[in-house]
Design a binder for this molecule. Structure first.
Ligand code: ZN
Ligand code: ZN
Length: 256
């Protein structure tokens, strides 16, 4: 079985086809999906989705794009949601200087605040970082004591050197999706990451792997990413399936 460690099934592109998408995922061997939140409404939606399906779990949190929507009221509701059984992590939170959809100083302030909240709730943290590694690393360092429940760098886009740094200094996991099938230099990055730290994700409906580029991504495409990871890591697809599933279950503290 595979785990899709990071999906957005509540996205308006996918939500109308929820039943069909989950059935296709199962058929493809993707039997567990963690649905990631990006703001308060999607945190609510992720929890509702997880409560509808045994094999779907949820994260809660506010994405850097939406950092400007964070408030005391949002925080109170996130704390309430954290008590839901199917909530397995805090995220996706982080910094995104590519789109700058929230001002950078607001992104940094909210990231700092959400890391501390995640620690209070004793949840592992899922990070989204794009073109902001310098500031991100500084915030991580400053908050190291709050990150003892594990961190996942989702859709990891950093360098091989940085990957080594995270492995050495944090309880860090890395998830990879469709970008493995079309981005360059991923072999160098993967070489730095121990097998015990690798996860598979779709980030659907985005990041569709080759050969389905141009159509919405879905969990059923996870085996294509596994195939590519296997090739780059010099392992078989079965080995990648087993390893990444064990890692996802460990990171999200799931027992099945
Ligand atoms: Zn992301
Ligand atoms: Zn995402």
């Amino acid at each position: 079985m595979y785990v899709d460690a990071h999906a957005h099934l509540d996205d308006p592109i996918l939500a109308p086809r929820e039943a069909e998408i989950l059935a296709a995922a199962k058929e493809a061997g993707v039997s567990l999906i963690v649905n990631a939140a990006s703001d308060l409404p999607s945190s609510e939606a992720a929890v509702a989705l997880a409560n509808r399906h045994d094999n779907v779990y949820a994260t809660i949190g506010v994405h850097p794009h939406e950092a400007k929507t964070y408030s005391d009221d949002v925080e109170v509701r996130l704390i309430e949601l954290s008590y839901e059984k199917k909530v397995v992590a805090f995220g996706e939170i982080g910094l995104d200087y590519h789109y700058d959809l929230s001002p950078r100083d607001v992104q940094r302030e909210i990231l700092d605040r959400e890391i501390k909240l995640a620690a209070l709730l004793e949840l592992p943290v899922v990070f989204h970082v794009r073109e902001a590694y310098e500031d991100f690393n500084e915030i991580l360092e400053r908050n190291k004591e709050y990150l003892s429940h594990g961190i996942l760098l989702h859709c990891y886009s950093g360098s091989a050197e940085l990957a080594r740094y995270y492995v050495k200094n944090y309880d860090a996991y890395f998830s990879f999706g469709g970008a493995l099938t079309f981005a360059k230099h991923k072999d160098l990055v993967l070489a730095e990451i121990p097998e015990s730290r690798l996860l598979l994700e779709t980030d659907c409906p985005y990041m569709t792997p080759v050969p389905h580029r141009g159509t919405p991504n879905e969990p059923k495409y996870i085996p294509l990413v596994a195939e590519k990871m296997a090739e780059l890591k010099g392992l078989s697809r079965d080995e990648i399936e087993k390893i990444t599933t064990e890692n996802a279950l460990r990171f999200y503290r799931l027992k099945i």
